[in-house]
Design a protein around this ligand. Structure first.
Ligand SMILES: C[S@@+](CC[C@H](N)C(=O)[O-])C[C@H]1O[C@@H](n2cnc3c(N)ncnc32)[C@H](O)[C@@H]1O
Length: 274
């Protein structure tokens, strides 16, 4: 099946405008919802001075730097990302931040094949990377391999089975939600982590649901490239062209009237390695 269109975070460097992905991450990080997710995942890791921790799929590196600040000068934080653009930006921001505490390194690597020895980290964090990773199971196996016995792992993944776009034409919203979810490599990864963690033999496994509500149409339009997604759904005859156009226009109208409403659910999944 042809995919819906969304941000190609699996191949940022090959896109026409990698800097636009940096801007997108800056925009999402500034929302109340993602501020909460970042704060909560960090708290769950209970980082202690002198420990070693990794943020996988670290993007522009702010979360790895927040981890480094908690680990202190004797600790070690590592941010890993597949994209050279992201790693360059993360290093540039780290080097430009005079006030930053703690040592943080940024490495270009694939989460499916981590360049670390077994049992390297006391804590591992990952946010919004597994939904883009071709073999998400392999990536989780890698996280477990590089975690020390007793290490804490905290992952946030949205779950596009829990994606709502409010519109008068509910059926089209439903069809688009499904199409968008299926367009991701793993649109449903949020709820699958709980089972996968248990299958990996992790203990103290907890999946905490969170729902973010978004009233900024531009953010949702950009995250899921709604105009091209709608066009593809029409090409595939999932939605009639006139109905699709009316649906998209109803969202724009809602935006103009300041009543656009969407919500995305997901899970913070936490566990310890035995
Ligand atoms: C949606 S962004 C999230 C970035 C960051 N975690 C944040 O919350 O701001 C996904 C990130 O994962 C990276 N990525 C995608 N596939 C990856 C892989 N296989 N290994 C490592 N990083 C990957 C992308 O380059 C991108 O920076």
């Amino acid at each position: 099946m042809q995919k819906s269109q969304h941000r190609e975070f699996d191949s940022v460097d090959r896109t026409t405008d990698p800097d636009d992905f940096v801007k997108y991450l800056d925009t999402t990080r500034a929302t109340d919802f993602f501020r909460h997710i970042k704060q909560r995942t960090l708290e769950l890791l209970e980082l202690r001075a002198g420990e070693t921790a990794a943020d996988l799929g670290c993007g522009t590196g702010e979360d790895a730097r927040a981890m480094a600040a908690r680990l202190g000068p004797r600790g070690r934080a590592v941010g890993v990302d597949l994209s050279a653009t992201m790693i360059a930006k993360a290093r540039e921001r780290r080097d430009g931040d005079q006030g930053s505490e703690g040592a943080v390194e940024f490495l270009q690597a694939d989460v499916q094949q981590l360049p670390f020895a077994d049992s390297s980290f006391d804590a591992i964090r990952a946010e919004r990377v597994l939904q883009h990773t071709p073999d998400a199971d392999a990536a989780i196996d890698e996280m477990v391999r590089v975690a020390k016995p007793g290490a804490r792992i905290a992952i946030w993944e949205g779950d596009l089975d829990l994606f709502i776009i409010d519109a008068p034409d509910y059926e089209t919203s439903r069809a688009m939600q499904r199409f968008i979810c299926d367009g991701f490599r793993h649109g449903d990864i949020g709820h699958r982590l709980y089972r996968k963690f248990l299958e990996c033999g992790l203990v103290d496994v907890r999946a905490t649901p969170r729902v973010g509500r978004f009233t900024d149409f531009k953010l949702i339009e950009s995250a899921f490239d709604l105009p091209s997604s709608v066009e593809r759904a029409v090409t595939l005859k999932l939605i009639a062209a006139d109905r699709a156009a009316r649906w998209l226009e109803s969202l724009r109208e809602a935006d103009r009237a300041a009543r656009f409403f969407a919500a995305i659910g997901g899970f913070i999944t936490f566990a310890r390695k035995n």
